[in-house]
Design a protein around this ligand. Sequence first.
Ligand SMILES: [Ca+2]
Ligand SMILES: [Ca+2]
Length: 506
Amino acid sequence: MTAPLKRSRRLVALPLGMATATALAFLPNVTASAAETAPRATAAETVPLSYVVNVRPGHGVSSHVKRAVAEAGGTIVVAYDKIGVIVVHSSNPDFARTLRRVPGVQSAGATRNAPLPAQSTTDVGTPKVLTSEEVAGARAAGGQDPLEPLQWDLPAIKADKAHEKTLGSRDVTVAVIDTGVDDTHPDIAPNFDRGASVNCVSGKPDTADGAWRPSAAESPHGTHVAGEIAGAKNGVGITGVAPGVKVAGIKVATTAGYFYTEAVVCGFVWAAEHHVDVTNNSYYTDPWYFNCTGDPDQRALVDAITRASQYAERKGTVNVAAAGNESYDLDADSITDPVSPNDGTPSDRVVDPHECFDIPTQLPGVVTVSATGAKGIKSSFSNYGLGVIDVAAPGGDSTAYQTPAPPATSGLILGPLPGGKWGYMAGTSMATPHVVGVAALIKSTHPHAPAALVKALLYAEADATPCTDPYDIDSDGKIDAVCKGSKNHNGFYGWGTVNALKAVTR
Ligand SMILES: [Ca+2]
Ligand SMILES: [Ca+2]
């Protein structure tokens, strides 16, 4: 979602690096427990909520589960038989608890706290938009697109050198599971894959023409991400990391910016069944920052998205996800999460990130990405953690903390925005598309490689990046994070910073 508390994940407004995990002393700490609580609807309990019900995959919805859903006051929206995930709407506050007692139901839980439809308020955050004079005045030489001199992030991963060899294959498609993609943007239109694009917000695919696009009131996030991956090298605007591959938009966020489980499940299943080679996941699934497997509702959400993401991976899709922007050590013994549930009444929760997961990034098989700034150092805001981070890539940082070399002027990441504009954004959201772009180049080089091999090459070809120690990114004399691990594999950078040149030459 894109409400203020969560904005730092994707739409980082300066100043960066502000800790958001500040505990509020007057609120009781609520630890995530196995308590069987009914979903906390914020309005009258007769309004419908959305649920996932997980059953044995591959057998359809049995008649007794169908009957149990109906008897508990549920209406099936869509059933994903191959992964055994059923999306249900119900106004019965006891729906999930009732379904969990039905034989054949493996888990069931509410995907949200807010009644359907979710809140209508919109806070899309504010990227730093280039003026028309700045765009018109841009000049580049040597075959660069006009805004490319401002893109310090491309040489940081040797993408400029890679482009001298290849721009990537037209047979490779990446999908941006996000807030929608403006395929009319001049940097995106040439590479847009309509056939692999869809609107999944309801949990059920909507293939109407343009349904993948964000409205003017919705976040520019997905458009920026899509351009970072596959912005065309066409003499206009910016250049993406893999400007020769195709890019699709899978819209999963509500207008209010919530990424709910049923939409994300729909997105992964769609990607799996539409020959998507790599998915970009620059979000966490709302409304819980961490989903605790000891909580029956949250466990159902983890189950549903694990099934969907692993189904995609079995079909050959590499899933890449942002590690998050809260400066959390995801390998710590405990984290205090103050923002969940972000569609209800949040309270401080003390969670163990080994049992409570930021999804999809902490799910098995998913490539977890930390962000670096213009100096190649972990971004002030980026989550980290030994054994959690797989690779690092440029996501930008405060220009004061990590200043780029001229002619670049901003420490943030430049990309396209809806309405034919360009602007700067920062976050692990912006790091993830760099990894997706490199994975797409690897897939271009190795067209028959299964997902596991693409990931193995991504890690093996990354440039080992040793721990930054001491890490005092704001130079105030106080250590801001501690990196554990070796030169070749550590908590800040995983296996290293991704390398686009090796992706096209090995
Ligand atoms: Ca371009
Ligand atoms: Ca400091």
